[in-house]
Design a protein around this ligand. Structure first.
Ligand SMILES: Cc1cc2nc3c(=O)[nH]c(=O)nc-3n(C[C@H](O)[C@H](O)[C@H](O)COP(=O)(O)OP(=O)(O)OC[C@H]3O[C@@H](n4cnc5c(N)ncnc54)[C@H](O)[C@@H]3O)c2cc1C
Length: 416
């Protein structure tokens, strides 16, 4: 049994801590922020007078590492959603509404029937998904047929949501991995899932309780400022609480964001371009009828807003690949998106209280240039491994990627 220090208590750090605890090691988590969770967290918002998530997070039932993580910490039942694969959409320009409902099994019968296909699409258009295979370094918009109706009404919104990068730069290879693990496996792997209450209540607090029950310790507001390296090993790390020594036989998982990791390890190559996600939380009770009501969310085509999540008392909007928007004022964005919400959900004036959250470095930009900068978990230092959605997981920056990275880091540690 060894003692392992995990620096950073986001999903990657928590996932590593859980894997190491399962392997029989003792874990201490050292988190720089006031609470665990990182980019996947909930907090009380004074302006709205309620708890909100930093941003809407959606996973799919085919995200096997995320599901495994939730099963271990006993939190799968805290996810909600329609219970079947369904993705309702509205074209805000034309008013057209449709729902994509893949069949449960791997044979995509829905593609063969005109009534279940995306309206206006032809059977042959679906074959373009096969072109993602072997797409190499091609961007999504070149690998797929960007003039097709299927691209506009389904593939582009899916790609932007999954890769958080404009499709003319986003790496088709990363989309291929996501599609292979979800859409290509059929509806059973595409059931949309999101927290019934909050991100922290679902993904973070149960993990901390699980770890605490097994001797894990979490230190918050303990920011690591430097690593002390001697004889090819980490011998200690300096924190805002003082020096934490790393004894012989102990190890460290560095599970901080890419830009923090490269500050602590200047020789490390990491992604250095990022994409923002903007979320707008309106304090309003919307109860849409039909598929949006059943799913609890709605995809929007042709507007600023991309995904609308409908929760009791709150309507939350996600806009991904949002570097183009981060310099627009919150007031301006809130007013523009509110007009779309009124149409989409049939809401009355005036605009309710709103909180605009701009996560400027929400994920690394999923481009070819960034992909080659993603390091493996193992480092030249024998007792240090890396974890984070930005390490070389083969996935874009997602919950699934972060959780897999934590397990990969734990696997790579050579511990007595
Ligand atoms: C708005 C938004 C929406 C998203 N939507 C989705 C979605 O719908 N589906 C999906 O799958 N993914 C989504 N993601 C991505 C997902 O949230 C991330 O991939 C995941 O949370 C990353 O986890 P991580 O542990 O790798 O990094 P982080 O969460 O960044 O964790 C790093 C931790 O290290 C801590 N830290 C930083 N510096 C130090 C230091 N010096 N010392 C100690 N600790 C430090 C941080 O405080 C943080 O807790 C979204 C992200 C955002 C921002």
């Amino acid at each position: 049994m060894s003692h392992v220090h995990v620096i950073g208590a986001g999903l990657a750090g928590l996932s590593a801590a859980i894997a190491l605890t399962q392997a029989g090691h003792r874990v201490s988590l050292h988190e720089g922020g006031p609470a665990a969770g990182g980019r996947c967290r909930s907090y009380f918002d004074r302006a709205l007078g309620c708890r909100i998530d930093n941003g809407n997070h959606l996973i799919l039932s085919g995200n096997r590492a995320a599901m495994g993580y939730l099963d271990i910490i006993g939190a799968r039942h805290l996810l909600g959603g329609p219970g079947v694969a369904m993705f309702p959409f509205l074209d805000i320009g034309t008013g057209e509404r449709w729902t994509v409902s893949p069949d449960p099994g791997p044979v995509p019968w829905w593609v063969f029937r005109r009534e279940t296909r995306v309206p206006g699409t032809k059977l042959l258009e679906y074959a373009q998904l096969l072109r993602l295979r072997g797409a190499g370094d091609t961007p999504v918009s070149e690998a797929l047929d960007r003039r097709s109706e299927l691209y506009r009404k389904l593939l582009e919104p899916l790609a932007v949501a999954a890769l958080n990068t404009p499709p003319d730069a986003a790496l088709a290879r990363l989309l291929d991995t996501v599609v292979k693990e979800t859409l290509m496996r059929g509806g059973r792997a595409c059931v949309p899932l999101y927290p019934r209450v909050g991100l922290s209540e679902t993904f973070i607090d149960p993990a901390l309780a699980w770890l605490a029950a097994r001797g894990g310790v979490l230190h918050v507001a303990r920011r690591t400022t430097a690593l002390r390296i001697a004889d090819g090993k980490v011998a200690g790390f300096e924190t805002t609480d003082g020096l934490i020594p790393v004894a012989p036989g102990e190890a460290v998982v560095l599970a901080v964001p890419a830009w923090i990791a490269s500050g602590l390890l200047p020789w490390l190559t990491v992604p250095d371009a990022f994409e923002a996600i903007v979320n707008l939380h309106y304090s309003v009770d919307a109860r849409p009828a039909g598929d949006a009501g059943q799913a609890g969310f709605l995809g929007l085509i042709g507007g600023l807003a991309e995904w609308i999540f409908i929760k009791p008392g709150i309507v939350s909007i996600t806009i991904s690949a949002a570097n183009r928007l981060v310099d627009r004022s919150a007031e301006d964005l809130a007013a523009a998106v509110w007009q779309e919400m009124r149409v989409a959900l049939d809401l009355p004036e005036p605009m309710p209280k709103v909180r605009v959250v701009k996560e400027r470095r929400a994920t690394f930009a999923a481009t070819a240039a960034q992909e080659i900068r993603r390091p493996p978990a193992r480092t030249p230092l024998s007792n240090l491994v890396l974890a984070g959605d930005w390490t070389s997981t083969g996935l874009p920056g997602t919950i699934e990627g972060a959780i897999r990275s934590g397990r990969a880091a734990a696997d790579q540690l050579r511990l007595p």
